[in-house]
Design a binder for this molecule. Sequence first.
Ligand SMILES: Nc1nc2c(ncn2[C@@H]2O[C@H](COP(=O)(O)OP(=O)(O)O)[C@@H](O)[C@H]2O)c(=O)[nH]1
Ligand SMILES: [Mg+2]
Length: 302
Amino acid sequence: MEDWVRRILGGDIRAMARAATAIENREQRAAPLLKELFPHTGRALILGITGPPGAGKSTLSSQLARALRAENVSIAIIAVDPSSPFSGGAILGDRIRMQDHHADPGVFIRSMATRGHMGGLARGTLDMALMLDAAGREVVLIETVGVGQDEVEIARLADVTVVVLAPGMGDDIQAIKAGIMEIADLFVINKADQPGAVRLEQELRAMRSIAPDSHGREIPILKTVASQGEGIAETLAAVRAVKARARRDGAALWQLRLRELLRERLLDLVPPGDLEAAAREVAERKVDPYTVVERWMARLAL
Ligand SMILES: Nc1nc2c(ncn2[C@@H]2O[C@H](COP(=O)(O)OP(=O)(O)O)[C@@H](O)[C@H]2O)c(=O)[nH]1
Ligand SMILES: [Mg+2]
């Protein structure tokens, strides 16, 4: 363990990869490892990139990585893959795009599969980000598909959260509007080369004036053509400006993170499949929901 910790702190890629696997598989040794690493965290910029599928998150992430590498900044990318049958193609696309950075040890890329049932996703992602922070990565970029509540929760764990939207996605944007307004530190309208970008910007500006950030400031809106590398430098500058003004102080951010860790730990008490089974029983009025929760909580006492 001691040697492993030392190697991670020294930025050893293989030790990092081994830690990433331990975290993802929730191996027993991950917890003591993370405890050892924690005192060495707090330096990285943890950057969340979220938005609907196809908006250009991976393309933007890859371009941001390129811009950061040009400044010799080390980076890690965590791509959270929702293992739904619908996203299989997108994941494959990401892998290909990420091969841009294949030969560069300054870009550590890891994709995390979701487990198909609730729980563990946000926790695993935060654990992974903290490990990479301890390993000396200056920027840890987390790409998540912002469609479900879980993904919104992951985005909240970042220091700075960028919500990527693109024109022509219609209902998707309507559906996620409420959730994203809460978490966005910055909006990126990608595919600014496509028709509808101007209208989308107007829509966002209207929403933004209804719901400014927690300090009453308007959330910046950037426009990019990620596939052409346009607007990347401006986006990076805006991310840094948000980070510098520290929208949330450390204690406030840790309050969110601790709540998330606790929530995930509690959800871990529920064996896979039990949630679905219990939900069916409750829906059929065979059992009341309070009894179900009490039954799960009883596992705490074991
Ligand atoms: N026209 C246009 N296409 C883009 C742009 N950025 C990305 N794309 C394309 O949009 C598709 C989805 O991009 P991807 O990065 O995989 O989106 P993600 O699902 O949000 O990660 C890909 O075919 C990209 O090449 C852009 O700025 N303009
Ligand atoms: Mg993607």
